[in-house]
Design a binder for this molecule. Structure first.
Ligand code: C2E
Ligand code: CA
Ligand code: CA
Length: 666
């Protein structure tokens, strides 16, 4: 929205610029043309008037010339008629002269013209009697020489002076015309200058507008670039800026032989906050986390948000042995509860940490490995985890799975596989372990390792466990009806032991199916119990009271406190397959398995070995006194229909039937 307003502002500016330049151009042309027209008008009237004056002065000049001719002609003409004609012409020219003179005087004159004209008047006055005298003498006096004397010495010099003055007048008028044209030229030049000035102004304004607009464009481009580099919610760097900084940091550290750390942090149960308290609270929480993270790191470090509840911190100059220091600092910053109106929210996070260059030297690979470490930590329930290559196996795959999981639970995309557990004493099948699968529409069958942690993370483990329970019990009822009185083992995850309603749910499912609790085994890992000792113990005690069998799963992988194990109401231990599978060749594994079996028996517990893949292992387990075995050697996990076929033909089910038969017939 803001960007649109800025765009509008921009085009308004450009539009305004165009209008200003266009306006300048129009007024420029109007002013220039007006000026030229006015100048033309002035020049026209000046030249017209001057032309009239020149015409009049020329008339005066020619009248004077005509009179001079008459004066010379008069004494020579013998015929009195001719003489009369000449006198008349002479007088007529005087009229022409006077008329012209009069008209000239009536016109608007310059002071110079005025002066010349009044000079002419004076000269005319003094010349007139002398000239008239020549006319009079030429009609009365016979003495030609006397007349010529009068002409040459008196009349003509006066006439000449007069003619000179008329010439002066003419020259003056010509001069004035030239001056008017010159003035007009000057004026045109002035208009030219003006136009040039205005044109330059228009150009300057255009340039100013262009500079202004381009500055704004540059500023906006910078703003857009900033928007493209920062997370709008928290103001932290976003993924692209992070990658940029990461590359930069790699370059710097490579040159200076430094180490730095990449910390990927994911909030636990953020989705729950969002779902129960609303997005506003969620957003505020994300912002607050951003602020706290920034307060923990140094100025040169980068805090970024990748979206969702994932943050990445780039810690400059950090050695791997400082990992716990920085991780604890970050976790401590989140320890203080968040307050929202009257709510107080406890938040925790999982951190995955990688180091340049000890883990890898590529930016996106660093991020990926931090992610894998974080995810491994989330599974194990540890606060922070350093990257280790063996975490790759349990990589979380794709985030989009998360959103599809809820749908999967509701729309029957989950299915159960069943794996038999065989009794060493009878060689018969005694139990099945239900193992969940996700038949993903695009990705095919997914192993539980890839989505159980997601379900835990999203708070979906409750519904998932209930679905497994119900499905497995339904199958078990059918098997009992078919004559297989087996036990069904199902797996609980760590989060199930946080849910105080679990025993009630189990009881409800048992009641619904009509199955006796003694045919149900629940498997829990050591670390699951340890992650929540008080609730865990209460829940297990409750389940034990209901008559459900409890087994410790993956035994040997967590840290086992014998004292604690004694206090748990468990009936069974399952030795983790990592010790079992290679125990026939690996002395150490064999020792561990042996002491575990002894320990379990001392505590009065039954022992199941999982991961039995060969006859050799089966045989060693038999010698060591293991109670039950589970593994590919006897039977793989199978879907329900395969299981039916397996039960019909397997030696283990025949052995079980034989035992049953023996029990019944004895
Ligand atoms: P787990 O409880 O330890 O289950 C045994 C795993 O070992 C199964 O893997 C099984 O397929 C595999 N396995 C069985 N025999 C052999 C063998 O001879 N050799 C080897 N190498 N592996 C063998 P799966 O089905 O992929 O399950 C993985 C884990 O997922 C399970 O480990 C369990 O912790 C969890 N899980 C499975 N189903 C559920 C469930 O319904 N709820 C919960 N919460 N967790 C489940
Ligand atoms: Ca199990
Ligand atoms: Ca196991």
């Amino acid at each position: 929205m803001k960007r649109r307003v800025q765009h509008l502002g921009m085009s308004a500016w450009i539009g305004l610029g165009f209008v200003v330049v266009l306006g300048l151009m129009v007024s420029l042309s109007t002013i220039g043309l007006g000026y030229v027209a006015e100048n033309n008008q002035r020049l026209k009237s000046i030249t017209q008037i001057n032309n009239v004056k020149i015409e009049l002065a020329t008339e005066m000049q020619s009248a004077l010339r005509e009179r001079a001719l008459s004066i010379y002609a008069l004494p020579i003409l013998a015929d009195p008629f001719d003489k009369d004609d000449e006198i008349q012409r002479f007088n007529a020219q005087a009229i022409v002269y006077l008329k012209a003179w009069n008209r000239l005087e009536g016109m608007s004159l310059s002071p110079k013209e005025h002066a010349v004209l009044s000079n002419i008047r004076g000269l005319t006055r003094t010349a007139q009697p002398e000239v008239q005298k020549v006319v009079d003498m030429s009609t009365s006096v016979d003495d030609q020489a006397h007349v010529f004397n009068q002409i040459r010495n008196v009349a003509m010099p006066r006439q000449r002076v007069l003619a000179e003055q008329v010439n002066v007048l003419l020259a003056l008028q010509r001069q004035q015309t030239v001056a008017a044209v010159k003035a007009a030229e000057k004026s045109y030049a002035h208009v030219g200058d003006l136009m040039l000035g205005l044109g330059t102004a228009a150009l300057l304004i255009s340039i100013m507008i262009a500079v202004f607009v381009s500055q704004r464009v540059a500023r906006q481009a910078m703003q857009l670039a900033a928007q493209a580099m920062y997370d709008p919610l928290t103001g932290l760097a976003n993924r692209s800026l992070l990658l940029d900084r990461l590359d930069h940091e790699i370059e710097l550290s490579r040159r200076e032989h430094l180490s730095f750390g990449v910390v990927l942090m994911d909030l636990d149960r953020f989705k729950e906050v969002n779902d129960t308290l609303g997005h506003d609270v969620g957003d505020e929480l994300l912002r607050e986390v951003g602020r706290r993270l920034k307060a923990v790191v140094r100025a040169g470090d980068t805090v970024s948000r990748l979206g969702g509840d994932e943050y990445v911190l780039l810690i400059h100059k950090l050695e791997p042995d400082e990992a716990s220091f920085i991780a604890n600092k970050i976790l401590a910053a989140l320890d203080k509860p968040f307050h929202w109106q009257n709510e107080s929210i406890d938040i925790s996070a999982s951190l995955g940490i990688t180091f340049y260059p000890s883990h890898c030297t590529d930016s996106s690979e660093l991020l990926r490995r931090a992610d894998i470490a974080m995810y491994a930590g989330k599974r194990a329930g540890t606060g922070y985890t350093l990257y280790a290559p063996d975490q790759e196996r349990t990589s979380r795959g794709d985030l989009s799975l998360k959103s599809e999981l809820r749908e999967a639970i509701q729309s029957n995309q989950l299915s159960l596989y069943y794996q038999p557990q065989i009794d060493h004493a009878s060689l018969g099948i005694v139990a099945l372990e239900a193992l969940v699968r996700w038949n993903h529409p695009q990705r095919g069958f997914l192993s539980p390792d890839s989505f159980i942690p997601l379900a835990e993370d999203m708070g979906l483990i409750g519904p998932l466990t209930r679905w497994v329970l119900r499905t497995a019990l339904t199958r078990l009822v059918a098997l009992h009806q078919q004559g297989y009185p087996l036990t069904m083992a199902i797996n609980l995850s760590a989060r199930n032991l946080h849910d105080m309603t679990l025993p009630a749910s189990v009881l409800a499912e048992l009641t619904e199916s009509g199955m006796d609790a003694k045919f149900l085994t629940l498997e829990i890992t050591e670390s699951a119990v340890m992650s929540n000792p008080s609730n865990g113990l209460a829940i297990l005690t409750e389940l034990d009271r209901m008559g459900v069998t409890l087994a410790i799963d993956d035994f040997g992988t967590g840290y086992s406190s014998l004292a604690y194990l004694k206090r748990l109401p468990v009936d069974e231990l399952k030795i983790d397959k990592s010790f079992v599978t290679h125990m026939a060749e690996d002395e150490n594994d064999a020792v561990i398995v042996r002491s575990t079996i002894d320990l379990a028996h001392n505590l009065g517990l039954k022992v199941t070995a999982e991961g039995v893949e060969t006859q050799d292992v089966w045989d060693v387990l038999e010698i060591l006194g293991c109670d039950f075995s589970q593994g590919y050697f006897m039977g793989r996990p199978m879907p329900a229909d395969k299981l039916d076929a397996w039960l019909l033909e397997s030696v283990y089910s025949r052995a079980q039937a034989d035992t049953l038969y023996a029990v019944e017939s004895s």
